[in-house]
Design a protein around this ligand. Structure first.
Ligand code: NAD
Length: 282
């Protein structure tokens, strides 16, 4: 049986320390503030927004929402970004993606002040993640995986890490964060040959493919720590990860559950980025 790596435990420990930092900021007249830009009402965006707002409220962070219709014009989205850039009382921004097809997402992201980029979207943030230097933050979910590793005392130095998924928001950045901590990292994707064999060889396996239950017992081995980043809606409407919990849990050393694993830490990392940005602008 695996040790279950609870995201809630990590999030709660992190939140306490953040609340203390927010209290200090407020004493000097600064209310850390997150702006959210959301187009339309996609259920997954609303679910993430609820979690983020709840966590921010608990820590003492204010949230300002810029809500636009799904068919909003590009200029309206750019105006919202520019308003956020101009407003010195807003320290950080979360832009829900992907944007609708008629919006040039790259232009919107390029317009955001990188110092206010809470979720690692801008080129400056990406450069920071890949080089380890400069302005910006890693995407919250990628960093959440690292925070779970740190909280539970795993040292990845010299370990073999396999990441399933090469997106710019999870797969690649989490691979770079693992590399910065001296893991030996393999990034896998839809064209990878014999994926189960590669995965079985890993000490740390990160599943971020967005394919419900794809990681079954043929992907894992007994010494492994498995991170299930996937959030998929099952046929019964319930959330399921990329890892088949029933098959994998008896066969690995430790794993994160879905729900209650990586996703539970992501909103706390977002809050941490807002606090850090506010401290940086104080
Ligand atoms: P994406 O679709 O952009 O990327 C998925 C990646 O997985 C691609 O690089 C693709 O090559 C790879 N992939 C897909 N199917 C594969 C297969 N069968 N074999 C090997 N590789 C495969 O998705 P994303 O934005 O990176 O998100 C990945 C998952 O993480 C989704 O389920 C998403 O909902 C979830 N997610 C979780 C959080 C969180 O807080 N836990 C946050 C954001 C996204």
């Amino acid at each position: 049986m695996a040790t279950i790596l609870s995201g809630a435990a990590v999030a709660n420990a992190r939140s306490e320390a953040l609340s203390a930092r927010v209290t200090k900021l407020k004493k000097s007249g600064i209310v850390p503030t997150l702006a959210i830009i959301r187009l339309g009402e996609r259920p997954e965006d609303l679910a993430y927004e609820r979690g983020a707002c709840k966590r921010c409220e608990q820590i003492g962070i204010a949230v300002q929402k810029f809500l636009l219709p799904q068919d909003a014009a590009q200029d309206a989205v750019l105006s919202a970004v520019e308003a956020i850039n101009r407003d010195h009382t807003i320290h950080s921004a979360l832009l829900f993606q992907p944007f609708p097809a008629h919006i040039g997402g790259d232009a919107v992201i390029a317009a955001l002040n990188p110092a206010k980029d809470a979720d690692g979207l801008t080129n400056d943030s990406k450069s920071h993640v890949f080089s380890g230097h400069g302005i910006g933050f890693p995407p919250c979910t990628a960093q959440a995986c690292m925070e779970i590793l740190h909280h539970y005392g795993y040292d990845v130095t010299g370990k073999r890490a396999v990441v399933i998924g090469r997106s710019m928001i999870i797969g690649r950045p989490v691979a770079m964060l693992l590399l910065q901590e001296n893991a030996t990292v393999t990034i896998c994707h839809t064209k990878t040959e014999d994926l189960p064999a590669l995965c079985r060889d890993a000490d740390i396996l990160i599943a971020a493919a967005g394919r419900a239950n794809m990681v079954d017992s043929s992907y894992v081995s007994a010494h492994q720590v498995v991170f299930d980043v996937g959030i998929n809606v099952g046929v019964d409407g319930k959330l399921v990860g990329d890892v088949d919990f029933a098959q994998v849990e008896p066969r690995v050393a430790a794993m994160t559950p879905v729900p209650g694993g990586v996703g539970a830490v992501t909103s706390t990392v977002l809050a941490a980025h807002v606090v850090e940005a506010a401290e940086g602008m104080a």
